[in-house]
Every structure is written in structure tokens, then in C-alpha cells.
Design a binder for this molecule. Structure first.
Ligand SMILES: [Zn+2]
Length: 80
């Protein structure tokens, strides 16, 4: 009989991963707080793979930080 806890864990981790951009080199989804860099060629690279490149190729067109959620956090007035 399969271990239910490990199945549920695998599914929840998989759902965290869905919809996020992946690194074109290592296929990893960068963790929250890491940056993803878009290169001239349109490839997206994680921080680690970007620093593996020779310095002359290390020119990202755009860099964006990975956020915990795609949804904006609610901003509400403080309770008195
Ligand atoms: Zn990478």
C-alpha cells in the first residue's frame, strides 16, 4: 500500500511549482526571494546558472525577484 503522507506531500510541492518560471539551464524553479534573469536570447536563468556563465555573456535584459504569491497582499487600515 502506498504511503499516503508521501503522496500528499509530493502533490502539494508539485502544486507550489506550477505556473512558475523555470531556469532554462537547470530546469529548477527558483525559490522565493531568488532572482530569475531573462537573457538576450529570451532564456530565463536562475542566479546560480547566471554566475556560471563567462562574464561577457552575463548580461541579463531583465531580472525579477520570485515572490511568495502572485496575489498582492491586502493593505488594510490598522484596528484602533
Ligand atoms: Zn539554473
Amino acid at each position: 500500500m502506498p504511503d499516503l503522507a508521501s503522496i500528499l506531500l509530493r502533490r502539494s510541492v508539485g502544486s507550489l511549482d506550477s505556473g512558475r518560471s523555470r531556469c532554462a539551464t537547470c530546469s529548477r524553479s527558483p525559490l522565493v526571494g531568488e532572482r530569475l534573469h531573462e537573457m538576450d536570447s529570451g532564456r530565463m536563468l536562475c542566479d546560480l546558472c547566471l554566475w556560471e556563465l563567462p562574464e561577457e555573456e552575463r548580461q541579463a535584459v531583465r531580472s525579477e525577484r520570485v515572490h511568495a504569491s502572485e496575489r498582492q497582499l491586502a493593505v488594510a487600515p490598522r484596528a484602533a
